[in-house]
Design a protein around this ligand. Structure first.
Ligand SMILES: [Zn+2]
Length: 236
């Protein structure tokens, strides 16, 4: 498989790990180049923060956490520093995202789903498809609401590290986070209907007028395609 330049454009500091952490780990393990871009500054994220922090202290803390999380990939994230809830389709935001996209020049892009639960997730998704011609995969939504994957990545071997990566975001993790992520990835694993796949991440490909070999752009697996047609009637 040729070596790909992979870029994840994610809204908040913990989204890369929660939504694409296993897949990005797998790319890195297979020798591909991975970049992580975090659009928002994180100042309004409601997590488990002490009351008395200023927004500048929150931004600094979340940068530290994201840097530690991405270090499992051997990657230093780029922070676009856009104020939370202020990512809109205007010239300034467009320029910020397109400049970063041009700098990274990826072969394949990951971002959040255009119908995800949070306005920043929807906004970065829209901007990414507007500025990029490379194939774009949308990650699963929070708790998989309104999301039916086109593609699955087996992350059974990466799941434990994904949870550690996500655990670096202590200021954002509300009780039950591990169960939520584990349940979503387990459900996607079950949908693969292969005993050896315990955990998976699901993706949709952004469809437009070009031909994309979806699975050839995702991390490689060795599973065989089904070759038999199951008979539905008895023949004499
Ligand atoms: Zn988010």
């Amino acid at each position: 498989m040729r070596k790909l330049r992979v870029a994840a454009f994610m809204p908040h500091q913990d989204d890369m790990e929660a939504l694409t952490g296993g897949t990005l780990l797998k790319y890195v393990q297979q020798g591909h180049h991975v970049d992580v871009v975090i659009a928002m500054d994180g100042r309004r994220g409601r997590g488990v923060l002490p009351e008395n922090l200023t927004w500048q202290e929150i931004v600094a803390l979340r940068k530290e956490e994201a840097t530690r999380g991405a270090s499992y990939l051997g990657v230093k994230p780029t922070f676009l520093g856009i104020e939370d809830h202020r990512l809109v389709d205007d010239r300034a935001c467009y320029d910020t995202v397109i400049n970063e996209m041009e700098r990274l020049n990826p072969d394949v892009i990951f971002t959040t789903s255009p119908n995800d639960y949070h306005n920043d997730h929807r906004a970065i998704s829209r901007l990414v498809v507007n500025v990029a011609w490379a194939p774009v995969f949308f990650s699963d939504t929070k708790a998989s609401v309104n999301f039916i994957p086109d593609f699955y990545v087996d992350i059974t071997q990466q799941f434990e590290t994904k949870i550690k990566m996500l655990g670096e975001h202590a200021s954002q993790l509300k009780p039950g986070w591990e169960e939520l992520i584990g349940t979503v990835n387990r459900l996607r694993g079950i949908q693969c209907m292969k005993e050896e796949i315990k955990y998976a991440e699901g993706y949709q490909l952004y469809k437009r007028l070009n031909w994309v070999k979806g699975y050839e752009l995702l991390p490689e697996d060795t599973f065989e395609l089904p070759t038999q047609i199951v008979p539905t009637t008895e023949r004499n």
